[in-house]
Structures are given as structure tokens and as C-alpha cells.
Design a protein around this ligand. Sequence first.
Ligand SMILES: [Zn+2]
Length: 531
Amino acid sequence: MAESAPSAPYRVLARKYRPRTFADVIGQEHVVRALSRAMERGRVGQAYLLVGPRGVGKTSTARILAKSMNCERGPTAEPCLECAICHDIERGGDLDVIEIDGASNNGVEDVRNLRDAVATRPLRDRRKVWIVDEVQRLSGPAFDALLKTLEEPPDHAIFVFATTDPHKIPDTIVSRCQVLEFRRLREEDVRTKLTMVCTREGVDVSPEVIAALARGCRGGLRDAESMLDQAISSADGRVTLDDLEMVAGLARPERWLDLFEAVAEDRPADVLRAISEFLARGGTERDLVEQGSESLRDLLHVALLGEDALGVEPEPARRDRMRALAKQLGRDRLEAILGMLFELEGRLQRSPLAARALLEWTLLRAARLGAFLDLGVLVQALQGGASTAPPAPQVRATPSVAPIPSQVAEAPAPAAIAPPPAAPAPPAAPVVASSFEGLLEALTRRRPALAEAIRRNVIHGEIGEQGVLVELRELPPRERVMLDDPAERAALAKLPGSPGPWEFRITSTARATDDLGQKLLESFGGREEEP
Ligand SMILES: [Zn+2]
């Protein structure tokens, strides 16, 4: 019906479909229950702090509370939405319900005015309600002034503060408020709401688009609604995944399949092209990591639980590709790549200027993971498993430096080991111990501390076709940090004679006493140097 009334002013979906009663608020049952109960028992507090991510219903809830308190047929947990007061509050025109944006009203003057205004009685309503959004952005002096008001608020005043960042609010304020925590919304909840909105708007949106929005908004309904808004206004009829990609920067699911297929098959040129195309469409490196992780998570779920785990039925062609890719990568590699992306997220925060290089480096490394995981086939053979190499490796790769176990090297260190005996040869593992030693010598000349750290802890080093794999004992935290440093890693990759990036694996020395560890060491000819 919406299209038949072109004269009506257009309201964005998030506003048009904002919750009007407690029953409309989705995904925040605990908050709704607490507030409705307080309302029914006549025990509404004088100061609330609503904490939670943006776009999950904090301000809407504050308005519903104001309506509940002031509705002509109230106070009630179910405001009528029909009386003059309910209407005025909904359109932001009630003189006794004052909304303040902390971001734009952070001067002391404003808060002094607030104190004066708080002292005067409501003009019409039962209570004066102050809704302060983004309260953490008030300045220090403004907080002090606010605190004075909160110490002894007049009976007719209720304060509802909303914040995305509670840590920035002084304890003196927080301790005077009842704190209500809002959660990120579940995908199902967002999906349900968006489906309802589309039906009411009479727009044709495929379930796939809804699913992509529900996922892409990361729990913020308002973001999902505004992306939907943009997609609807630019779509030509039915809203498609292409529209979503164009206007909202949500990459089509196929893009992720392209990227991760390239990773699975170690096609570096295609990996780089996929990254470059994503960035060219306006996404940032962090967007890529976030959306890419979600997509990997889907593949992992398909690998572990089957495709029913997706919750939404993908198109048949894509479903087949997902199934094949999940199988090809397998659980271990999927988990390892996910781990690398999580690590990358932290690195991007620390070194935003190197974002693109870090992203490319990580995904190229992920692409080579398969070669390293072949090691798993050997280990399995040593364990007495099937000697016919299965496609899915059984050993989990450590993407970078493994977590520190609590016991550090108290077990007896393995003795010096003889060169590899005639064991089942690894499929593609050129073990060139002397060259690895040569590399370490070259490194000593350039970065003595780094070389020393590796030398002190190395069990085994191996030069592959495109990189170097180093197995290390547990090493002290300081040295771990050094090895994990992107700058040091870059230096290693560029070292003369090094075929590419270096991969470190930590093997607890405690584990070296078990059978498998021992066999692994023997078969690789580990070397031992006591510091
Ligand atoms: Zn009413």
C-alpha cells in the first residue's frame, strides 16, 4: 500500500517500524521483563542506564518507558498508543519528555539548564522523563553537574541514559542508576523483523537478501533496516544480492566462495585479485575480515554439521560449491584459517597503516597452509593410521604462535636426535637442515636477537617451496612476541635464501616425551641446543 500514497512523507524504515510497546521490542526479553514488572508494581526507578551496542532498541525502550509512565490510561506496562500523551511522545513533541543527545549537548551550561528544568514540575504529564542518548559523551564538568541532580532528584523526574560505551561513564553516575544491558540481536530475530517489514511495505525481497542483511548487521537492527532501505530505493523491482552489494557493501556470498576456493587451491594471483576487488567496491580491510570470517564459519558449519546448519537454504549452485569447498578445506584447515583471521583483526587495529599488506600476507599464508598440513598425513602414518594419505589432514595447524601452556619446559628435554631413519617419506617436504642453518646464519648477521631467539628454541627447521616451517619448543613470552611481530616476520620472509614467509609451530617439550612427539622428532631429525 505504501506505493499508492506518494504524497505521504517518506519515513525511513527504522523509524516507521520502531517498536512502540514493550511487546514490540525484540531480542531484549530480560530488559522488557524488568521494566514491565517495575511498572506493574509501581516501582519504577528514578535513573536507568541502558547499555548496549547501537541500533538494538535502547532509545525506543526509553520512549516506551516514558509512554508507560505518562499514558492517560496509565501508569501501565501497556501504553494505549491512542491518547494525546502517547501520540506526543511518539512524535517527539511532549514537553515533559525531553530527549538530549550527549554528543551535541556536552557543555556545562546545558547541564546547568537541565538542573533548573529538572526542578520545575511537569506541565501536563505525571513525570518528567529525561532521555540522554550517548551519555558517555558528556564532558567531565557536565557529568559533575548531572551528578548533583542525580543525588537528590525530585520525585517527578525520571532519567534514562543510553550508552554504547559504559566504561566512559564515571562510577559515581553508574552507581546511582539501575543498569539494564541490551544484547546484540540474534540473526533469527533480525530476519523475522525484516521479513515483517518487507511484507508490510509490500516489497519483494528474497529470503537470501534478508539472511544476508541479518548476518551483515552484526546484531544491530537499525543498521539492517537502513541497509534494506538503501537497497529498496535503488533496486529495480525485486531486491537482489547485487543491490545489497552495490549500496550496502555487503559482498555477495559467491565472492567469498571465489576467494576461499583460491585459498584452498593456493592460487595466489586469484587471492590477491579477490582482495583488490573487494576493496575497490568500497569495503575496508576490516570489513573483509569480518564478512570473510562469517563466511568461513558457514563453511566450518557445513563441514561439521552439514548444510542444514546454515539456517537458510542457499541457491542450489552455491550450495554445491559450499559443500565441495567445505570438504576440500576440511575442519583443520578451516579452523586454522579462522584463527589467522581472528589474529589479523587484532593486528589491523594495531597497525592500520599496514592493513592491506597484512591482509594479503595473511590470506596468502592461509593459501599455503595446505602444504604445511600435509605434515599431518605423515604424523598419521607414524601413529599407525592409514598410510594411504587421506585428503583431510588430521593434525591441527597452528596458524602462528600457539598459546602458552601453564607448565613450561619442566619435562626432560629430548636428547640430540640422529638424522631421519628410513620412514615413510612426507609427500612434499624437502628437509634441508644445512640450508636452514645457513638461513639462520644469514639472519644472525642481520637480526642477531631474532636469530638467537630462534636458535635457542628450535627443534626443527625446514625450507619448503614457498616458505620456511620452523618447529620450536615452548619459548619465553618476550621471544614469542618478537616472533609474532609483523615487521620481524617480514624481515624473515625477505631474508636472502628464504623462499617466502616463515611459519612457526610451538611443540611443548613436555609433549616430546610422549610417543608421537618422539617419533615426530626422530623422523625429522630434531636438533637440540641447551642455552
Ligand atoms: Zn496512552
